[in-house]
Every structure is written in structure tokens, then in C-alpha cells.
Ligand binder design. Structure first.
Ligand code: NAP
Length: 295
């Protein structure tokens, strides 16, 4: 019996219970996956109780991805490099902290884009946990140059130091650079842009981290990836689509990181067919959540 769940705050709209319940059922495995809304002060007690009750594993989401790290007895290399834990596995009397966000991002990138990364210049907007996962993924894929657009200068220094460790770990030649937030769109010849901020997320549907003219300065054939998946078609992506740029929404990463967590907990690999079924399932759930409720 796989006793699974997610801890975070708030969790009312989390898609993870739907995702994992579908995978459990399709793989005919006995188990459950529940959402546990937990404040930071109750994290240690919640993890101890979940373990006592026979818990197998947990996902960790905003705002606890860093706060759970000291509660882990071991950390995977990716969790250490990204500096965040999104997957907890209970084994040998302690919690093992792992991170599947970088892998989720890597696996959600189309193969043609991955092939071009060693000659590409990519901009990441944001300096939070998701930005660090994207940075680790791009460095591991030997991207030629990664620029970071950050709002807070103190976070910029931290993330650059972490990026140096990632380069060493992945033996990657990636060149790194920083740009001020206001200058994010003034970079010509970018081959790809990743929004790793919540800008454009519902209810702020009219907001975008790059405006129309800034998008126009991207290379012909550039791609734009928005980690936000609520809505699926953010302002950033609809603007980019209308300019003929390739766009990628955040749902693929959400699915891939979830499936990777499930594989770590269960020890089984999830067939590609089941992973593919998750896309329409979660898209319908997002559309249903976005509809104004009757009455
Ligand atoms: P986080 O740790 O809170 O970091 C958010 C980053 O965005 C910070 O650098 C923050 O700047 C910046 N930011 C926030 N509001 C901003 C604004 N109004 N203008 C400019 N910058 C702003 O959050 P996170 O975990 O990295 O998540 C970021 C986004 O990615 C969220 O929308 C999340 O839902 C999404 N995400 C998606 C996936 C997926 O699977 N698709 C996975 C993880 C996250 P400061 O540092 O200055 O505060």
C-alpha cells in the first residue's frame, strides 16, 4: 500500500492528487495520495506523524521546498544542486529529499530544442526555486549561455554561486550572466526564454514578464517557455504565438516531475502511454477550475 501525498500551503487547487490517483489506478497499485495543507511550524511534526502512519512519500510545494531540507537525513545530488526538495521518500527510518523539477523541465523540452542548446543563448526570468531547477537542467544539457533576469540583487549573487557548483557537477561549459529585471527584454538574439516567475498567473491574466516589443527582439525560430500553467495560455505565450515563436506551457513539466516522483516512491517505471493520458486529464481539470462556479 503506497501512502502518498503533498504538503504545501495553500493546496486547494493542486493538480497532484488527480495526477497521482490516476497513475495509481492505471498501474493497479494499492494506495492513496492526499493533500495536506501544513504551515511551516508544523512541518517536522507532520513528517514524523506521516512516517509513523506508514507513509511512503510526499511531494513538497510552495512554500516548503527549502524548509524541509534540514528535516531530511539524506539529500539527492539534484536536491543539493537545486537547493530545494520537491519529493520526500521515507526509507531506513528517515526522510530522503530529492528534486524532480529539473528532470521534469528537461524531459518536457522538445528534442529539437535540446539538440540546439549547446549553441543557444537562453534567458531565465526569476530567481526562485523553479528558476534554480531550470538553471540546473539547462546547465546539465550543456547550454552555451544562460542569462538570468532577477529582481533582487542579493538573490542574484546566491544563484550565480549555485550555478558555478552546477557547472562543476555537470562538467558543463555554460557561460553565465546576469541582467537587471528592467533589461530582460533588451537582449537581442536570444534563442529561448523561460518565465520562472508567477507573473501572468491567474488572476493576473493581463500581465507578462516581457512585452510585445521585447518579444520581437528574439531570434527568428526562438522558443518561449512559461512555467506557469494556470492558465495554460498565458499572456506571454499568446503574444509569442502571435509572433510565430514556438511556445511551451508549464503542464508538461508538472506532469514529468510528478511521474518522476511516483517512480521514486513505487520503484516502477510509468509507461509512456499513462504519462500521455495525464495531459488531457489535467487540462480538463484546469479548464473546470477556471470556469466561474454556477450560482
Ligand atoms: P518562488 O520560489 O516564490 O520564486 C518566484 C520568483 O519570481 C522570485 O525570483 C521572485 O522574485 C519572482 N517574482 C515574483 N513575483 C514577481 C513579480 N511580480 N515581478 C517580478 N518577479 C517576481 O516560486 P517558484 O517555486 O520559483 O515558482 C515560480 C513559478 O513557477 C510559479 O508560478 C510556479 O507555479 C511555477 N512552477 C511551475 C512548475 C511546473 O511544473 N510547471 C514547477 C515549479 C514552479 P524575488 O526573488 O525578488 O521575490
Amino acid at each position: 500500500m503506497l501512502k502518498l501525498g503533498i504538503i504545501g500551503e495553500p493546496l486547494s487547487h493542486s493538480l497532484s492528487p488527480l495526477l497521482h490517483t490516476h497513475v495509481l489506478q492505471r498501474m493497479s497499485l494499492a494506495g492513496e495520495y492526499r493533500a495536506y495543507e501544513v504551515p511551516e511550524a508544523a512541518l517536522a511534526e507532520t513528517l514524523a506523524r506521516f512516517a509513523r502512519e506508514g507513509g511512503t512519500g510526499l511531494n513538497v510545494t510552495i512554500p516548503h521546498k527549502r524548509a524541509v531540507m534540514p528535516l531530511c537525513t539524506t539529500l539527492s545530488r539534484e536536491a543539493q544542486l537545486v537547493g530545494a526538495v520537491n519529493t520526500l521518500i521515507y526509507r531506513e527510518g528517515g526522510w530522503h529529499g530529492d528534486n524532480t523539477d529539473a528532470l521534469g523541465f528537461r524531459e518536457s523540452l522538445p528534442g529539437l530544442i535540446v539538440d540546439r542548446l549547446p549553441g543557444s543563448q537562453v534567458l531565465i526570468i526569476g530567481a526562485g526555486g523553479a528558476a534554480r531547477a531550470v538553471l540546473a537542467a539547462l546547465i546539465s544539457l550543456k547550454t552555451a549561455q544562460v542569462m538570468l533576469a532577477v529582481r533582487s540583487p542579493e538573490k542574484a549573487l546566491n544563484i550565480l554561486a549555485e550555478a558555478e557548483r552546477m557547472k562543476t557537477a555537470y562538467q558543463s561549459p555554460t557561460e553565465l550572466g546576469l541582467v537587471a529585471w528592467e533589461e530582460a527584454g533588451h537582449w537581442e538574439n536570444l534563442d529561448g526564454v523561460v518565465n520562472a516567475t508567477p507573473v501572468g498567473m491567474a488572476p493576473d491574466l493581463d500581465r507578462s514578464p516581457l512585452d510585445w516589443s521585447e518579444l520581437q527582439s528574439l531570434s527568428a525560430g526562438a522558443w518561449v517557455y512559461d512555467l506557469v500553467y494556470r492558465p495554460l495560455h498565458t499572456r506571454l505565450l499568446t503574444d509569442a504565438m502571435s509572433l510565430g515563436l514556438e511556445t511551451i506551457d508549464g503542464l508538461g513539466m508538472l506532469i514529468r516531475q510528478g511521474v518522476a516522483s511516483f517512480e521514486r516512491w513505487s520503484g516502477y517505471s510509468v509507461p509512456e502511454q499513462i504519462t500521455r493520458e495525464l495531459h488531457p486529464l489535467l487540462t480538463d481539470a484546469l479548464l473546470a477550475q477556471a470556469r466561474p462556479s454556477a450560482g
